[in-house]
Design a protein around this ligand. Structure first.
Ligand code: F6P
Length: 374
């Protein structure tokens, strides 16, 4: 059998575990299956620009525990590439680079956006295999994504630490947690860290109800509260504005309405920046308790991957190499229980995995008295 040449890139926001996944893919591809591997820098942008590095044994060594990605990353998409101040469809240029190297496969490690871009390339005839990575855990078709466990640990530790200072000062501390439009990270860390209020995009909140819950704690002698708020959490009023816009985009009826809805969404998102600060100020006003804000931000994406993420990334990386060896294409290596299975990109792309309202974490949180503002 001819030696396969595989290209790999990491795209979207960086995530702990990317290097572990590159190492898993690479070591299995080179050692177990006798393939050759080249990496493209900075996601689809580097692929388009043909910026490549050789990924040999030496390059793959010593990276298991290192955060970020040795390849670099970007959020640029093949069909919306910033070129000369404009967004240009560079899909054909990317196909040409793939062909110029006589690549047999392209492995794309990324979140929801990357899965969509990979499907686009698959539809242009490229052999693509993807891995699901994001701290948001919102990729459809897989039980989980690598990066999530590390971020969950960091956010949980932050909530633990905020408890003692909130307690000492008898304050409300509102802690903003990443997760984009899904509540996995805020819900998971809020539950693990014992937050008193957890606000997630899946459940629109009423600020009066949050204030009532905080005041009830005060009356019971607990003069501090931790509010874990997802960056995408919405008040009932904001959800009533945003959800219909998102529906219009998802339905995609007519190019011009879609474009208009996208503009309206961008405007909404801009106005939503600072939501956590406004929420904190409102809670201070309604409860007469001091309130402070902590935004965890990029801390949640930095540093070494947890043991669970190293295991997951290694498992997914080595499985991707196996899928390539078996000639599987147009698939994402997905986690199903203990197994890794190939899932067609058509089933993954364009879907977002939110926390189901009947998820056991919601149930457990409610049973320990957590307020969701509903
Ligand atoms: O997808 C990961 C994530 O960290 C989200 O939680 C967050 O909304 C987003 O990326 C931030 O994006 P950027 O790195 O482009 O600022």
């Amino acid at each position: 059998m001819a030696t396969k040449l595989v290209g790999v890139l990491t795209a979207g926001g960086d995530t702990p575990g990317l290097n572990a996944a590159l190492r898993g893919l690479g070591k299995a591809a080179l050692g177990e299956y006798g393939m050759h591997l080249i990496g493209f820098q900075d996601g689809f942008r580097g692929l388009m620009q043909n910026r490549m590095v050789r990924l040999d044994e030496h390059a793959l060594s010593g990276i298991l525990t290192i955060g970020g990605t040795i390849l670099g990353t970007s959020r640029d998409k093949p069909h919306k590439m910033p070129v000369g101040g404009k967004l240009v469809d560079m899909t054909d240029e990317i196909v040409a680079v793939y062909q110029s190297h006589h690549l047999d496969y392209l492995v794309c490690m990324g979140g929801g956006g990357t899965q969509k871009s990979a499907l686009r390339l698959k539809n242009k005839g490229l052999n693509v295999v993807t891995l699901p990575k994001t701290i948001d855990n919102d990729v459809s078709g897989t039980d989980t994504t690598f990066g999530f466990d590390t971020a969950l640990g960091i956010a949980t530790e932050a909530i633990d630490r905020l408890h003692s200072t909130a307690h000492s000062h008898h304050r409300i501390i509102v802690v903003e947690i990443m997760g984009h439009n899904a509540g996995w990270l805020a819900l998971g860390s809020g539950l693990a860290g014992g937050a008193d209020v957890i606000l997630v995009p899946e459940i629109p909140y009423d600020v009066e109800k949050i204030a009532e819950a905080i005041l009830a704690r005060s009356r019971g002698g607990k003069r501090f509260s931790i509010v874990a708020v997802s960056e995408g959490a919405l008040s009932v009023e904001d959800a009533a504005i945003k959800r219909p816009i998102v529906k219009r985009i998802e339905k995609g009826e007519g190019k011009s309405d879609r474009k208009k809805a996208e503009e309206e969404l961008a405007e909404f998102e801009l106005a939503h920046v600072g939501n956590t600060m406004r929420l904190s100020a409102k809670l201070e006003e309604l409860t007469a308790l001091e309130s402070r804000v902590t935004i965890l931000g990029y801390l949640q994406r930095g540093g070494a991957p947890s043991a669970a993420d190293r295991l997951l990334a290694t498992k997914l990386g080595t499985s991707a190499a196996k899928f390539i060896h078996e000639g599987k294409s147009g698939v994402m290596a997905a986690v199903r229980g203990e197994k890794v299975v190939p899932v067609a990109l058509e089933e993954v792309a364009g879907q977002r995995k939110l926390v189901p309202l009947d998820h056991v974490w919601f149930d457990s949180a409610r049973k320990v008295g957590t307020c969701f503002g509903d």
